[in-house]
Each structure stands twice: as C-alpha cells, then as structure tokens.
Ligand binder design. Structure first.
Ligand code: TRP
Length: 369
C-alpha cells in the first residue's frame, strides 16, 4: 500500500496540500496524516506518477484534470469544515475500470470505518452498466472531521447508460431509495449531472440530485429551489449576483459555464426536498483569482462569517499570486438545509497540472438586449 508519495508526484502534491489545509483548519497532526494517506491510497498507482507527465486521464473533476478538488464549508458561528473530492484510482483505465475502482475504494472505506453501503449496492446495476458512458463513473468526497473518521459522500453519473436515459436512471434510483415523489419535485434543467449519496455517520443522510442550468439569469436562479420552507428567492438572487459579479441594475445571463443546483432529499413521506444548494462557477466570470477572492470574502462577510480560514487555506493550496491565474476558486455555493443555518461553500482547485491564465481583459458575461 502506498503510504506517502514523494513531492513532484500527483499523490505527493495533493497530500501536501491536504496536510496544510488540515493545519489551516485546526485538525490535529494524526488526523491530517491519516487523511493524507487515505487520499493517496484512494488515488491508486497514479499517485506515484510524476507531475512532469500529463494528467493520468482527462478527468472531468477539475479543469486541469487533477482528480482532486478541495472545498471548505462555512456557517456563521461554527468552525468551517474541510472536504476533499477525489476520483478513485485517478480514473485510470476507462469508465468501466474507474467504476470498479470506485466501488472497491468506497467498500474499503466502509469496512475501515464500519458504515453500510447498502444504499449504494442497491443502485449498482443502474450506475455501473457494462459499457458506461458520460463524464465520470464514481467520485468520492470526504468531510474531514477531527477524530480521524470522515463523513463520506459518493457521486454517481446519471448518464451512465446514456444521456437519453439519465432522467429514467435518476427516477428509478430515487424510487429504489424510497423517494417515489422526488423526481417530479425537481426543477426543469438542461442536464442531470450527479446523483449523490451520503454514506457513513450522518445525522440525516441525504440523497442529492444535481442539475445544470445554462444561460441562467439572477431571477431564474431565484426561482430554482423546490425546497419546502426553502430560501427566499431574493437571497438566492443576491448570492448569484455577488458570486458572478452582476450588478443589481444588470440583467445578465451566465453563459460561459452552467450554474448547478442541487436538491437534497432526506425523508420519504412528502417526497419534497429538504435542501437546496446553488453552485456558481465563479472562475468563468472573473479576470483573475484576486477578483474571485474579493467576491468570496464579501460573500462570507455578508453571511456573518470570518474569512480568516479561507485566506490560510489559499496559502495552503498554492504559493502563486492570485492575479497570475483564473481558476483556483472554482465554485462558490450557497446551501440551505431544513433546520440548519445556511452555509457558504468555497471550492479550491489543486492546479497540480496547470494554472489557467487570467482572462484579459476582465470578462463580463453577455448582457441581454
Ligand atoms: N469540474 C466539474 C465542473 O466544474 C465538476 C465539478 C467539480 C463540480 N466540483 C464541482 C460541479 C462542484 C459542481 C460543483 O462542473
């Protein structure tokens, strides 16, 4: 088993980032080392691959194809949570192989931390057909709690049996998990992107459906949530404008990369979602990451959150100047979950392979005429 990979390799680079992020998050050294080893092991043999070589696959997980992305979830008055998203086996060997690696890695984690995978097992035939299609087979995210036992999330591909079957696949998966009415509750969308499951030690494990929305306006974003007792449309609209850099007097559509929405289902009685998250791909609507950071800090402050850990976390991931690239901050998200305070999430790219150059001049999304 790979324990640590040397610097200058995919595993060494991402584990180093993770260790520094854990330190910025105040996690203890033993927890951090354990999480870094888990990451390295989950990436598989490609962890030992030199960063002088091209990425092991054209992973959809990040723009430069690093099979790892970090994120931090902030809520007012609580300690932020550090998370890492990864593609098991680094996605090597094609989608069918990646699916097998993904299931194997998740089941190993389940044995190690003693959680059940039955909800995933029930869906295996839907998401792992013999000739899978689409941009991924399985991704896994870990919420890095103190104590060394993470909470686990698994992301599956609705288009595994073809994009034309995605709606049917998601409907059937929801049905099998007892969420019979859930599919009809979802908003109209351009694409079903992920089907996600919480596994492990969650108070209220969620089933989540991610939808992509092209050319979205602030007003349309405000109308996306189907969550019962959910967020006020004006709050979602304000977040969308602040994240995308759209003034109150502008009617701008985000047409460079789709905005994502996620509806989370926990109880099966009503079939209605108990959670809603909006993801804005801020990296496509800035000139450089300095602007992305300014927007992020403003958003955090608006939600009553101290940005200190974010600043330390950026330094943990990169030593480049923020003005030198556009893409370190990949997404900004606002999450609402029934009975909990809202959270702001910031997604940080590893940039193991490439820094996307800044856009010149500073881009503006096209205004509607
Ligand atoms: N890289 C893909 C994208 O940008 C998938 C992805 C990674 C993603 N992290 C995400 C999508 C966070 C939504 C939110 O779309």
């Amino acid at each position: 088993m790979i324990r640590t990979a040397p610097p200058g390799t995919l595993g060494g680079h991402t584990a180093g980032q993770l260790l520094r992020l854990c330190e910025a998050a105040g996690l203890g050294g033993a927890d951090a080392t354990g999480y870094a080893r888990t990451l390295t092991a989950a990436l598989g043999p490609a962890a030992g691959r030199s960063l002088d070589l091209p990425p092991p696959t054209r992973s959809f997980l990040s723009d430069d194809h690093t099979p790892v992305e970090f994120s931090i979830s902030f809520a007012a008055g609580a300690a932020p949570t550090l998370r890492v998203l990864l593609e098991p086996g680094s996605g090597v060997g094609g989608l069918a192989q990646s699916g097998r690696d993904g299931l194997r890695v998740v089941r190993e984690l389940a044995r190690r931390w003693d959680f059940a995978t039955d909800r995933l097992d029930e869906l295996e035939d839907l998401f792992f057909p013999p000739s899978p299609q689409g941009p991924l087979a399985l991704w896994c995210a870990l919420e890095l709690r103190s104590g060394g036992v993470p909470k686990v999330k698994v992301y599956l591909n609705p288009a595994a049996s073809g994009a034309a079957r995605a709606a049917e696949t998601v409907r059937e998966a929801l049905r099998r998990l007892g969420h019979r009415q859930a599919f009809t509750a979802l908003p109209e969308a351009d694409r079903l992107l992920f089907f996600a499951l919480d596994l492990g030690d969650w108070e209220e494990p969620r089933v989540k459906v991610y939808t992509a929305h092209h050319g979205l306006s602030a007003a349309a974003a405000g109308g996306l949530s189907r969550m019962v007792g959910g967020p006020d449309p004006a709050g979602i609209e304000a977040f969308f404008r602040a994240a995308a850099g759209i003034g109150d007097d502008q009617d701008t559509l985000l047409d460079r990369r789709p905005v994502q929405a996620c509806h989370a289902f926990t109880e099966t009685a009503t079939g209605l979602p108990g959670g809603f998250t909006l993801y804005v791909p801020v990296r496509d609507y800035i000139g450089h990451d300095g602007e992305a950071l300014d927007r992020t800090v403003a958003l955090l402050r608006r939600h009553g959150i101290d940005p200190a850990q974010l600043l330390g976390s950026l330094a943990a991931v990169t030593s480049r100047r923020l003005e030198e690239g556009a893409g370190l901050i990949a997404y900004l998200a606002l999450a609402h979950q029934r009975g909990r305070p809202p959270r702001v999430m910031v997604y940080l790219s590893s940039e193991a392979y490439r820094v996307r150059p800044p856009a010149v001049p500073s881009p503006r999304a096209e205004a509607v005429h």
